[in-house]
Design a protein around this ligand. Structure first.
Ligand code: SF4
Length: 377
C-alpha cells in the first residue's frame, strides 16, 4: 500500500478571529532507481511527442521533472510564467507538474485544452486554509474593498476576486490600486500580505493563511547561521515570516530569487524558500554555494523541512501513468472558470502592459493613469 503522511497546518478562522490546527495528508513518492529514471524519462518524452502534449513544471518539483520539462520543449517557472506559457502554447494537452491550483489556473485560461496532473491530490496549505464559502462571507462583510487574491487559491476563490496576483507581480498591482485610492481585501497569505502592505503603505485587510513551508523558516536560527557565513547573501520569498524577511538581502518571487543568485556579486547564498529551487539556482550559478535557511527542526519536529509535501507528490511514475491513461484531468465548473478568468486576465494584462509598454515609473499617480483601463479597480 502507498505510504501517506499526515501534515498539520494553521487554518484561519476568520469569523472568530483566530486560527486552529487542521490536518491534511500527502502521498510519499516512491523514488525510482537511476536506471528506472532513464527509462521513465525516455517513455515520457516519447509520449509527450506522440500526444502533442507539453510539460509545465514549477521550480519546487523534483529536479528530474524540471529537467524533463526543459528537454522536451516545456517550461520550468514560477506560477505567473506557468500560466502564461500554458495559455500561449499550441499544445492541446498541458501536463502541469505542481499543485492543484496551478492545474486549475491552466484550465481556466485554456478551457478547450486537456489539463493533466500527476496527482490531483497535490494541494497547498494556502488553498486549504481559504474555504470559498467563508471567503465569500468575508468579502460580503467588506463590500468597500477591492478583492485581491494570491494565485494559491481555488478557482471558486479566484471567481470571487477582482484581481488574482502572483508573488512576482503582486506588489506592483497593489501599489497601482493604492495609487488609485483603493482599499484592499487580501487573501490568503498573511506574510505576503503584510510584506506588500509594508512596502506600499496600502490599506489592506488580511486573510490569515500561511504556507506551511515558508512559515517554518525562523529568524533567530537564520541570524545564527548568518554569523557563521558572514559573506553570504540572504534570499527570501515573501511568504516567509516578517522576522526572516527583515534579514533578507533580496525579497522576491522564485524567478526573482533565481535571477538574484545568478547576478549578485557573492559566492554564497542562504535561501529561504522551498529547497526544490536549489536545482535551478545551481544551474544558473554553478560555481556558487547555496544553503537552505533553517526551519523549526528536523525530521519529526519539522512540518516541511523546507520542501512542500504536495509538490513532492509529482514524480516520474505518476507522470508517465497520466500520459498513458489520460487520467487525472483537471475540471473546473465553466461558470466559476469564466468568473475566475476575469481576475487572472487582469493580472496578465497588467503584467503584459508593464513589460511591453512601459516600466512602472515609481510615480504612483502616473502609473495609476497608465493602468487605469485594466479591470474595475
Ligand atoms: S510551498 Fe507552500 S505555497 Fe507552495 S504549494 Fe506548498 S504549501 Fe502551497
Amino acid at each position: 500500500m502507498e505510504a501517506t503522511k499526515v501534515i498539520e497546518f494553521e487554518r484561519p478562522q476568520m469569523d472568530v478571529g483566530s486560527s486552529c490546527v487542521a490536518s491534511a495528508w500527502a502521498r510519499v513518492p516512491d523514488v525510482p532507481t537511476s536506471d528506472e529514471k532513464v527509462q521513465l524519462k525516455k517513455k515520457i518524452a516519447d509520449l509527450l511527442k506522440e500526444k502533442q502534449a507539453v510539460l509545465v513544471a514549477h521550480y519546487y518539483v523534483d529536479s528530474d521533472l524540471q529537467d524533463l520539462a526543459e528537454e522536451t520543449g516545456g517550461c520550468v517557472s514560477d506560477s505567473l510564467e506557468m500560466a502564461r506559457f500554458g495559455r500561449d502554447h499550441a499544445a492541446k494537452t498541458l501536463v502541469v507538474a505542481g499543485v492543484k491550483f496551478m492545474g486549475e489556473t491552466a484550465k481556466i485560461l485554456s478551457p478547450e485544452k486537456t489539463i493533466l496532473m500527476p496527482d490531483l491530490d497535490a494541494t497547498c496549505s494556502l488553498d486549504l486554509g481559504c474555504d470559498p464559502v467563508e471567503f465569500a462571507a468575508f468579502c460580503d462583510a467588506h463590500p468597500d474593498r477591492t478583492v485581491v487574491v494570491y494565485a494559491n487559491t481555488s478557482a471558486a476563490v479566484k471567481a470571487r476576486a477582482d484581481w488574482m496576483v502572483t508573488s512576482s507581480v503582486g506588489l506592483d498591482i497593489v501599489a497601482h490600486l493604492h495609487a488609485l485610492g483603493k482599499k484592499i481585501l487580501w487573501a490568503p497569505d498573511k506574510h505576503l500580505g503584510s510584506y506588500i502592505q509594508m512596502q506600499t503603505g496600502a490599506d489592506m485587510l488580511l486573510w490569515q493563511g500561511s504556507c506551511l513551508v515558508h512559515d517554518e523558516f525562523k529568524g533567530i536560527e537564520l541570524e545564527i547561521l548568518k554569523e557563521s557565513h558572514p559573506a553570504a547573501k540572504i534570499l527570501v520569498h515573501p511568504e516567509s515570516p516578517a522576522a526572516v524577511v527583515a534579514l533578507a538581502d533580496v525579497v522576491g518571487s522564485t524567478s526573482q530569487l533565481i535571477n538574484a543568485a545568478r547576478s549578485m556579486d557573492a559566492q554564497e547564498f542562504i535561501v529561504a524558500t522551498d529547497n526544490g529551487i536549489l536545482h535551478k539556482m545551481q544551474m544558473a550559478a554553478p560555481n556558487k554555494k547555496f544553503i537552505v535557511a533553517p526551519t523549526a527542526g528536523n525530521s519529526a519536529t519539522c512540518k516541511s523541512c523546507a520542501h512542500c509535501p504536495w509538490m513532492a507528490m509529482n514524480g516520474l511514475r505518476n507522470l508517465l501513468q497520466v500520459l498513458e491513461t489520460g487520467e487525472n484531468q483537471i475540471q473546473v465548473d465553466p461558470d466559476i472558470g469564466r468568473k475566475a478568468k476575469l481576475s487572472i486576465d487582469r493580472m496578465l494584462d497588467f503584467a503584459a502592459a508593464r513589460k511591453t509598454n512601459v516600466k512602472a515609473s515609481g510615480d504612483m499617480a502616473q502609473d495609476g493613469k497608465l493602468f487605469s483601463g485594466i479591470g474595475p479597480a
